[in-house]
Design a binder for this molecule. Structure first.
Ligand SMILES: Cc1cc2nc3c(=O)[nH]c(=O)nc-3n(C[C@H](O)[C@H](O)[C@H](O)COP(=O)(O)OP(=O)(O)OC[C@H]3O[C@@H](n4cnc5c(N)ncnc54)[C@H](O)[C@@H]3O)c2cc1C
Length: 304
């Protein structure tokens, strides 16, 4: 990986933003996963193309992550370059009721900004622990709110050639936990949202209500990646898992949460292998008992 590190240094990335053998457990909310060969923390969208070019020059593949809150990285880690767009790449501004934000801003910070500006539309997603870029890719949503309801334009760069590409209106292709950007092999850099004027007290009350419901129902005291499986049409994954008697089921230190059967949690020392084994067991028992095939909502990356 020396060639990749040299290419990143030559492209003026500060050494402290280049992390060789980056332990992915540190960069994911599940707190599992082997090392990435090299991880680079992006501070500004223009650096994304530079990082892609450095990876190409070194002949390695690039993988994009945000806050790692919907990710399971396998125990062998990720080969090549991980481009992390979170935290630093987070500017946000308004023009009337239109909000322009960089992909690395957290959804909670975007929602706080909207609240402070008296703009309504992000209260329900305010407690989702990911970046806006990661949220847009997944069409993140909760409590009846979904990014698809407010996002009007997404600017991105193509992973294949680093060229800019934009998605507007129907091109965004949003559906349940899916977007056109997910299939297009692009990196989201900028997001435009159409919000509506709102009373800050009402917005704050709705945020508090959603976040209270989250604290009451979700096992937030254990590492996880949120809902493990997607909602099958007309059904709830958590209820199916619960009805099959799988609450509390364990594989090593991975467990079907006692508090919310839709979550697999890491009790402390789980490996990605434990989590994958538990997910397989859940899938096969639910299929055998109900005939429903569960599909993962979490994204699985890396090598065994
Ligand atoms: C406790 C908990 C509760 C959760 N509750 C919810 C919930 O209520 N609703 C919900 O929808 N989700 C929920 N999640 C899951 C997760 O927070 C969301 O899916 C979030 O949108 C992921 O954002 P991220 O920045 O963490 O993305 P990551 O997990 O880092 O990445 C997710 C996917 O997006 C891609 N990606 C990330 N950033 C970019 C980018 N800039 N450009 C292109 N691709 C990118 C990655 O390659 C990966 O495929 C929860 C997770 C946890 C841990």
């Amino acid at each position: 990986m020396d060639a990749l590190i040299q290419a990143l240094v030559a492209a003026n990335f500060a050494p402290e933003r280049i992390i060789p053998r980056a332990p992915m457990a540190r960069y994911t909310t599940f707190r599992v996963g082997g090392p990435a060969d090299v991880l680079v923390n992006i501070a500004d969208p223009h650096e994304i193309v530079t990082a892609l070019r450095a990876a190409k020059q070194a002949g390695v593949q690039s993988t994009i992550i945000g806050n790692g809150s919907n990710l399971l990285v396998r125990d062998g880690g990720i080969r090549g370059l991980v481009i992390r767009i979170a935290g630093d790449c987070a500017a946000i501004r308004r023009e009337g009721c239109i909000v322009h934000a960089k992909a690395g801003i957290s959804m909670s910070a975007a929602a706080q900004f909207a609240l402070s500006e008296g703009l309504s539309g992000l209260a329900e997603i305010s407690g989702i622990p990911g970046t806006l870029g990661g949220g847009v890719i997944m069409n993140a949503g909760a409590y009846g709110g979904e990014l698809s309801q407010v996002v009007t334009r997404v600017d991105a760069v193509s992973i294949a050639d680093g060229k800019p590409v934009s998605f507007e209106g129907p091109q965004l292709g949003f559906s349940y936990r899916h977007s056109a950007m997910m299939d297009a092999n692009v990196i989201v850099t900028d997001v435009v949202m159409q919000l509506t004027p709102g009373d800050p007290d009402v917005i704050r009350a709705r945020m508090d209500e959603c976040n209270r419901a989250r604290r009451d129902k979700q096992p937030l005291n254990y590492p996880s990646a949120g809902s493990t499986f997607k909602r099958p049409a007309g059904l709830f994954a958590a209820k199916l898992i619960d009805d099959c008697g799988l609450r509390g089921l364990r594989a090593g230190d991975a467990q079907v949460s006692e508090k919310h059967a839709g979550f697999v949690v890491n009790l402390g020392h789980a490996t990605a292998g434990d989590i994958l084994a538990l997910m397989d067991e859940i899938k096969s028992r639910v299929l055998a008992q109900t005939g429903v095939t569960l599909e993962p909502e979490i994204r699985i990356l890396g090598e065994d």
